[in-house]
Design a protein around this ligand. Sequence first.
Ligand code: ADE
Ligand code: ZN
Length: 331
Amino acid sequence: MTERIDPALPKIELHLHIEGAAPPAFIRGLAREKNIDITGIFDERGNYAYRDFWDFLRVYEAACTTLQTPRDFHRLTLAVLEQSARDGVIYTEAFLSPDFCGGGDLGAWREYLHAMHDAATEAERDMGITLRGVVTCIRHFGATKARAAALCAAETAGDFVTGFGIGGDEKAGRLRDFAYAFDMAREAGLRLTAHAGEWGGPQSVRDALADLRVERIGHGVRAVEDPALVDELAARGTVLEVCPGSNLALGLYPDFRAHPVARLRERGVRVTLSTDDPPFFHTSNRREYEALAQAFDWTEQDFRAINLDAARAAFCDAATRKRLVARLDQG
Ligand code: ADE
Ligand code: ZN
């Protein structure tokens, strides 16, 4: 069947975990080089294998044990941006985690960050794709580690590190325990987002808005279960970083047609489209667009409008935003 959406359609991705974007072969290569035992995280075809979201987190963290040096992250960042650029992505915001880059130590973090920033500069020069970093803490690692991550974020905030967020197990701990970390990041001038409304229901989204005062929500799709919250999100202009293929692969919805992204959009909520951890979920930007076009009869005009909204919501400076909008306008 011919594709409905031109694969080269310019795309903006606001929600991608850098380690979660590592292809299985990349992780296997590192494990071989370093003699690290990661048996049990792949299926017989060599894909990541997990039973549910919590098992996914275990497999994710096991894969991360092979990423041990700034050089590993340099190679990973280049590989990830190459793949994204092939799919037409012109701007990506990636979650970068001090916990996986030196264990929250500021000196080590600076070195890892430098390596990723170098790779981003190279990719921008060679492939025309722009990367910005959203430093992320991991909820099930606890509030103390989150504060260390926020310190790393605050100390390196600038042109490249532009945001702060929280991922991990949404059922672990209370969101308000992370407010101090988010306050630190906000005071350093960082823009804020939080994973919520993926495994937690509407109340989790309300908590992220009230306790952490974030301007964007990672996922947020379960807000659809509460009509008053949907109205509130629409009225506030809160942007959702929606990752439909991720939600399907983890069993939240049975198929694209059942996914709430179209209903949220129809109700006036600002939705954007991302892949989260593409190799884990057997997806890519191109596949997401194609599947959504088929499920909801969305056209290139719909995706253009969504990407314009993503450009407006991007955690970047005004000059970069202007450049992105111009590229979207050119098609
Ligand atoms: N970390 C990587 N992917 C994630 C997801 N989908 N939800 C929460 N934390 C994550
Ligand atoms: Zn995520």
